[in-house]
Ligand binder design. Sequence first.
Ligand SMILES: Cc1cc2nc3c(=O)[nH]c(=O)nc-3n(C[C@H](O)[C@H](O)[C@H](O)COP(=O)(O)OP(=O)(O)OC[C@H]3O[C@@H](n4cnc5c(N)ncnc54)[C@H](O)[C@@H]3O)c2cc1C
Length: 383
Amino acid sequence: MSTIIGDEDAIVLDSIDNFIKHDVLPVAHALEYGDTYPTAIVEKMKELGLFGAIIDPEYGGVGLSVKTYAKIIEKISEAWMSVSGVLNSHLIMATAVQRFGTEEQKRKWLPRFASGELRGGVGLTEPDAGTDLQAIRTKAVRDGKDYVVNGVKTWITNSMYGNVLALLVKTDPHAQPRHKGMSLFIAEKGEGMTVRKLEKLGYRGIDTNEIVYDNYRVPAENLIGGVEGKGLKQILSGLELGRINVAARGVGLARAALKESVAYAQVRKTFGSPIAQHQAIQIYLADMATRTEASQLLVQAAAEAYDQGKRCDMEAGMAKLFATETAVFNTMTAMRIHGAYGYSKDFNIERYYRDAPLLAIGEGTNELQRIIIARQLIERNPV
Ligand SMILES: Cc1cc2nc3c(=O)[nH]c(=O)nc-3n(C[C@H](O)[C@H](O)[C@H](O)COP(=O)(O)OP(=O)(O)OC[C@H]3O[C@@H](n4cnc5c(N)ncnc54)[C@H](O)[C@@H]3O)c2cc1C
C-alpha cells in the first residue's frame, strides 16, 4: 500500500514541479504586481485535473489523498501563494457537496466542479459576521421552486472569475440555537448579484470580492442535502480541509523565504565575510529552518488524520496556527536578512511578506484556532 501511495505522490508531484517551472514561476511576479487574474494558469490547472484533486473518481475527480493534496499546495505556494487560493475554497465547496449532498446533487455538480467548468468558493463572511459566523444576516426565503436571497457577503474569494459558491444563509433568522436556522446552497452566478472587487495588501492576482444579493433566486433543489438547518455543520466540516490547506500554504511560503535567505546569506558580504558567517544571521536561519520542518510535520499529521476520517479539528488547528505563524516569522526574518533588498520590489521577499499575514486571518483566525485547540484538549482529556 505504501508503494502505491509513494507512486501516487511521486507522479503527481513531478507534474506539479513541471507546471510550476513552466507555467507559474515565469509569470508570477508580473501578474502579482499587475493584480492580474492568472487565466492561463487556471486553464493549465484544469488540464492537470487539479480542480478535482480530492473529488472521488466516481464523480469525475482524481481522488488524491489530502496528504498528497497538501504537498501540492506547499509546492504551489512556494512559487506563488495566490494560485493555491484558486483551489482552496473551490475544494471546500466540493467537499460540502461530496460529504453532505444528495446522490442527485453529487452526480449533477461534482463532475462539473472536478473539470473546472464550474469553479468557485465559499460565501460565508459578511460585513458584521466573520469569526462569529452564526451572526450572518443574509436571508433565503422559500418562494415556489426557488429561495429568494437578500443580503451582503464580503471577502469572498473566487466570486468574480469563478461562477459558483457554497452560500451560507439564514433560512430561519429566529431559530435558537442560531445554527439551526442556517442552510447551505450551491449558488451559481446569476441575476440579482452585484460583485465588487476588493483591494488587498497581498494575495493579489486572485479576486476577493463583496457581493450584494438583491432578490437573487436559487433553486430549492440546490439546498445541500435537501434539508434546511444543517448549513453550519456542512461548511465547518469543510473548513478542516481548508485549515490544512492554509497550513500547507504557510509551509510553502515559509520554505520560499528560508531558501532565498540561505542563498542570499552566502553571497552578501559585510566586514569581509558572507553574512552567513555572522552568528546573528545563523540564528535566524536555524530558527526559520526548524520552524519550517516542524510546520510540515504538523501539516502531514493533520492530513493523515483527515484521510483516516478521524475528527481532526485540533490537529488541523495546530497545523494552521503553527505553520502560518511560521510563515509570518520567516517572511519578516527573510526581510531582515536581505536588508534593504528585502524591501525592494525586485526581490520576492517583499511579496512573501505581504502574502503571509492573510494566513493568520483566513479559514478562522489564529486566535480562534487557539480556542479550538484548547476546547479539544479539554474534551479529549476529561477528569
Ligand atoms: C484575502 C481574504 C480572503 C478571504 N476569503 C474568504 C472567502 O473566500 N470566503 C469567506 O467566507 N470569507 C473569506 N475571508 C474572510 C475571513 O474568513 C475572515 O476575515 C475571518 O474569518 C475573520 O473574520 P473578520 O475579518 O470579520 O474578523 P472578526 O471576526 O471581526 O475578528 C476580529 C478580531 O477579533 C478576534 N476574535 C473574534 N472573536 C474572538 C473570540 N471569541 N475570542 C478571541 N478573539 C476573537 C479575531 O481573532 C480577530 O483578531 C477572506 C479574508 C481575506 C482577508
